[in-house]
Design a protein around this ligand. Sequence first.
Ligand code: 4AD
Ligand code: MG
Length: 480
Amino acid sequence: MIRAKIAEILDSNQFLQEFEVNGWVRSFRSNRFIALNDGSTINNLQCVIDFENFDQDELKRITVGAAISVKGTLVESQGNQQRVEIEVKEFNILGDANPEEVKLTILSPKRHSLEKLREQAHLRVRTNTFGAIMRVRSKLSFAVHSYFQQNNFHYVNTPIITGSDAEGAGEMFKVSALDMANPPRDGDGSINFHEDFFGKETNLTVSGQLEAETYALGLGQVYTFGPTFRAENSNTSRHLAEFWMIEPEVAFCDLDGNMDLAEDFIKHVLKYILEHCKDDLDFLDKRFKTEEEAKPKAERSGLGLMEKLHFVIDNNFKRVSYTEAIEILKNCKPNKKKKFNYIIEEWGADLQSEHERYLVEKHFKCPVILFDYPANIKAFYMRLNEDGKTVRAMDILFPGIGEIVGGSQREERLEVLQSKMKELNIDEKELWWYLDTRKFGTCVHSGFGLGFERLVQFVTGMGNIRDVIPFPRFPGNAEF
Ligand code: 4AD
Ligand code: MG
């Protein structure tokens, strides 16, 4: 008797071998055919029961959602839906699932909306769609690590609770152990954080970058891969309040090297997924097609999911300066006809996602790397160009997603960095450790951040970011 996962059994040629397998019932037809799934693959194992030989009361407990253990023999399937099946010799009910109660949940076998599935996020992983998404997500994170490890990057864990509030990436969640109803106060009535747990104000991190930089300037090349938090009130299909970010940081590397790294990295993980998630991608590809067909023609992407993945792997990302992009946008139809919500009038305008998506989806029709943005719409740490008005920033824009990567060459010159901080009222005392790196062996260095969920969205074709993380956090929702 071999105890095995369904993925292994479905690939097996050990006919007449006895297997033991545990899983959850997806369906039970004609009192004879159990479709069993154990999460190892999207495919179910057909377990065939000779009902005459079993106790009727026990058979009644084989219901959708129940956990069962099956012992039986591997045989070639009589039906043409599957190659192999298990002839059941023995089964055990491990956990019942009352059909009357199952009926009220998303486990009941009918179509449920994604919104409904989100409300039952603890059960949705038992559906084909979410099983596929979460297996792909897991493989993607492995691919991220494998890429960096193969290329001599060191994995660093930057703090989740941080005392520095200067990244400027977004609103922060405060972390405090003070009694909120009755906090200690200073003479002027303001809260006295000296009495708080850390003796100062602290927040959940919005990015591990500044700490990662210090590590790159010692370990050479590093990457982080961890949770980050933003308290912006953005109710969009691309924003989460808690999301995972991958942030490589490389010493002795300029912006061109940074773009090369980002492009190579993304292509590597996509190739890995095409190779290792075939069944799940086939399913998601079909799902994507159905979703697309339900959309108005103008909103369809034109390419299938697999085609999109191949397209990104096979083509160079188009590298375009911000200045060129502004010219394109100023003169494009939706701008002239005032179809954009934000009309691009002149150089210096911040790009909204509608502009980014126009460039990628309508104009260039491929992934785009925008670089050399105006200094005053980007963060303080980006390296100032000779022109004195642009910085060595880059954003990578993807079809259907918009911005997937944000990065830059860092300002390595102490005086330039100090004057920028002064201009933005960033207290040097707060970032003394960051400035130290510019005093002791400073060097050209660069890095970027890739939003992991946006990558998972791209790979799975899911329209809403809330459906590619197990338990999404967004304004008004922290259930589970
Ligand atoms: O562009 P951002 O804000 O860049 C940084 O945080 C830099 N410190 C990164 C670096 O250079 N090391 O965020 C980086 C990426 C975005 O391109 C986007 O993919 C993702 O993080 N992102 C979000 N993903 C989901 N929900 C949100 N609220 C996100 N905000 C940013
Ligand atoms: Mg950004």
